[in-house]
Design a protein around this ligand. Sequence first.
Ligand SMILES: Cc1cc2nc3c(=O)[nH]c(=O)nc-3n(C[C@H](O)[C@H](O)[C@H](O)COP(=O)(O)OP(=O)(O)OC[C@H]3O[C@@H](n4cnc5c(N)ncnc54)[C@H](O)[C@@H]3O)c2cc1C
Length: 390
Amino acid sequence: MAIASLQGADYPEIREEIAKLCQAFPDPYWRALDREMGYPAEFVSALGSAGYLAALIPEEYGGSGLPLSAAAAILEEVQRAGCNGSACHAQMYIMGALLRHGSEEQKRQYLPRIASGDLRLQAFGVTEPTSGTDTGALKTVAVRQGDKYIVNGQKIWTSRAEYSDLMLLLARTTPREETARGIDGLSIFILDMNAARAAGGLTIRPIRTMMNHSTTEVFFDNVEIPAENLIGEEGKGFRYILSGMNAERILIAAECIGDAKWFIERSRAYASERQLFGRPIGQNQGVQFPIAKAYAQMRAAELMVHEAARLFEEGEQCGEQANIAKMLAADASWAAAEAAVQTHGGFGFAEEYDVERKFRETRLYQVAPISTNMILSYISEHVLGLPRSY
Ligand SMILES: Cc1cc2nc3c(=O)[nH]c(=O)nc-3n(C[C@H](O)[C@H](O)[C@H](O)COP(=O)(O)OP(=O)(O)OC[C@H]3O[C@@H](n4cnc5c(N)ncnc54)[C@H](O)[C@@H]3O)c2cc1C
């Protein structure tokens, strides 16, 4: 029995196409990659060549010019099918900084090639080991020397860096002591990672994590970036990054909704099939209720994701809704993951059921790209006007 509300009502054709595409990448494909921490190159290439990773790039730059809600539907369906969009989701939102703040020349240089899949813009270099959430404290510096910048420092958790041609890099261009706030004096650049690697100043080291996420630490040793690769104005980088955060939050929230639907569907099927004491385990309310509760949580979060996307598309302020959507959706996927492990009993821990893999994958969204605490802090201080903690 198919449950209509687990399918998503908007963009039915796109959802159907994604579901079809994902069928070529069934559970064993992801299981094998998970075991060896491999990158799903074939999956990313299939999504890219079908144009889905260019959904948000305007048509004049070779993309499909779709609204954010369509991109959200794409990522939700990817996750609902049991696939893992984290291998390429960043391409959808990172390029927003280039689109909104880049020069016409930069857009013409990069966007069509990103849209066609010739160039991968998958790496986003913000987080550093000593600054973490406190972005204003980051230490990587880009010092202008003539027609180039020289970059020194280190990033951590730079996901997909090994599989990306370009990185959107946030670095300090004005010394901290010369700025009023830490978040001032930061700038963003398009870094050609292939050129930097060839020149020898860029070192990328994979970090083994609890799930397969192709994340790395990146070291910059006198890496040169042509001055023309600065996006927008020097010193305004943090503001540019912030302007893309709402889109990022909404898209990640949509992925969490997809994960929640996957867990709920798997739990529902297993609870209906598994016979113990002469009846399906799903006949016990102790088994039903956590699944039902996760479903209710998912439906509420889904409404907030749609509301945030609607406001975003109408050009309205949506910081509150985007942040709440991300938090509720991450909570819903986590509740659904918990219910799925419990419903599957011992088999919830067995690799071949994929529940434990998705459980590990969805746990990330309580922490990254923004942790639940920071969302609560945003709601407390920016929405409710409570005293600022820092
Ligand atoms: C798998 C993975 C992939 C990632 N990919 C990327 C990427 O591609 N690019 C990138 O730039 N970053 C990436 N990140 C980094 C991610 O955004 C950060 O991990 C996240 O923002 C938290 O920062 P942190 O790990 O430094 O934790 P910290 O900043 O050290 O915080 C630790 C804990 O303390 C809490 N905390 C900190 N300050 C406060 C406060 N004032 N009030 C209440 N609680 C607080 C945090 O919420 C967190 O729970 C990734 C992380 C992971 C794990």
